[in-house]
Write a protein that binds this ligand. Structure first.
Ligand code: FE2
Length: 417
């Protein structure tokens, strides 16, 4: 049935097998949005849900979403980590309403069904009725009515609804697995949270995360003030459907990484923003874009993971988790705090992304127009430069495969009209 919806929808659109065109309808179509929830967000994909260091004590919990499904991740009584759907097994009300906190026994506000923080149902009012009247039948078992559990991977927390999904390591591939291990090689410490609603389709934001073309164009602040030099020793690892972007600092004759000087006509009065400390070897920018919608960004000393939460075809929410390390000294904390002004809802750089993506969403008129994605040719191979849209094509390759959308081989050879 759902497969049919995808085919019905997609046959009206020109999907090329090299993914150099994207029909703009994919950013506004409600049927496609609903199918994405089933095939991607509840399908055989792993989703970054948070960091284990957020939930240190038994009873600690955090709430978020995978796609449109509300979820909780929590620390159980034996220091074990859990994730479950935040929806009462009785009538579907949200059990935990706080964003985060500590509660070993959350209960649903509607009929007071009480759970433990691992998702087991522990008590039900009037289970045996009152004075022998009413209640549930003899064969009612609380064991059958816990909160729906997800598979989880510890450390940097990933979760999936699917039993069919491969292991996380297989899902991510070695380069991304190793990069995440590198970022998480010592104990993390969360430094703050931010959230932002953007009036655009979630897929536009994913494309933007892995779009190396727009960086120096839209975000002229970055090269002008010497924050990073994005053309320096760049590497794009395309592992469809994921992408890994890396740029490294220039090095001197002895191979020592040097922080570049500002090259623009303007100078910052407070140069604290552009000061940074080398870490992660000589990497100045590392963006890990995990299909479908998880993101790890390191820009100089700013560390964040971002959860992209689709709300409807035209609306998404971004949840930022900012982090550093337990062993950060005072100087490093100050550097991270200052550089945080680059990203975030009102950051010098990230606010430009939200603005431009809303401009795209507002311009879609369902007239058959399509996006043109041919920078760097029509392949999805890795490159030693950023001058390519291979990562965006790689996203659509994975997307069409998982969504069951057929592509047309002939169209791929046609010239753009
Ligand atoms: Fe951007």
């Amino acid at each position: 049935m759902n497969q049919m919806i995808a085919n019905d929808t997609s046959t009206n659109w020109n999907w090329r097998s090299d993914f150099t065109r994207v029909p703009y309808e994919v950013y506004v179509d409600q049927q496609l949005f609903d199918l994405e929830q089933e095939k991607l967000f509840r399908g055989p994909c792993w989703h970054l849900i948070g960091l284990e260091c957020e939930i240190r004590e038994p009873g600690d919990f955090e709430t978020t979403y995978i796609g449109t499904t509300p979820i909780v991740y929590s620390r159980g009584p034996d220091a074990d980590v859990h994730a479950f759907v935040n929806r009462c097994a009785h009538r579907g009300a949200r059990v935990i309403r706080e964003l985060r906190g500590n509660n070993p026994n959350p209960s649903c506000p509607y009929h007071n069904w009480r759970y433990d923080i691992t998702g087991n149902l522990v008590s039900v009012p009037m289970q045996k009725g009152l004075k022998g009247k009413g209640g549930y039948s003899e064969d009612f078992s609380k064991d059958c009515h816990g909160l729906q559990r997800l598979r989880i991977h510890a450390g940097v927390l990933f979760a999936t609804f699917s039993e069919e999904a491969p292991t996380l390591r297989e899902y991510l591939g070695e380069p991304i697995w190793e990069r995440i291990a590198m970022i998480g090689s010592k104990p993390l410490r969360v430094t703050g949270y931010q959230r932002q609603t953007v009036q655009c389709n979630w897929k536009l934001f994913v494309e933007n995360n892995r779009d190396t073309y727009h960086g120096p164009q839209l975000h002229s602040f970055v090269p002008n003030f010497g924050l990073v030099n994005p053309t320096e020793r760049a590497q794009v690892d395309v592992e469809p459907p994921h992408a890994l972007l890396t740029s490294r600092l220039p090095t001197d004759e002895e191979g020592v990484a040097k922080i570049p000087a500002p090259r623009g006509r303007f100078e910052l009065e407070d140069t604290g923003l552009s000061q940074s400390i080398n870490e992660l070897e000589d990497i100045q920018v590392s963006v890990v874009s995990i299909f479908p919608s998880s993101l790890f960004t390191c820009i100089r000393n700013v560390r964040s993971c971002r959860r992209l939460i689709p709300k409807d075809p035209n609306t998404m929410e971004i949840e930022y988790i900012w982090f550093g390390y337990e062993d950060d000294d005072e100087e490093m904390r100050e550097v991270r705090r200052k550089q945080n002004n680059i990203l975030g809802p009102a950051g010098y750089v990230a606010m430009e992304d939200a603005e431009v993506l809303e401009m795209i969403q507002n311009g879609i008129s369902r007239d058959g127009a399509e996006g043109f994605i041919e920078l760097g040719g029509n392949g999805t191979e890795s490159t030693d430069h950023f001058n390519t849209e291979a990562t965006v094509r790689g996203f659509w390759k994975g997307y069409c495969e998982l969504m069951g959308i057929e592509t047309s081989a002939e169209a791929a050879t046609e010239e753009a009209g």
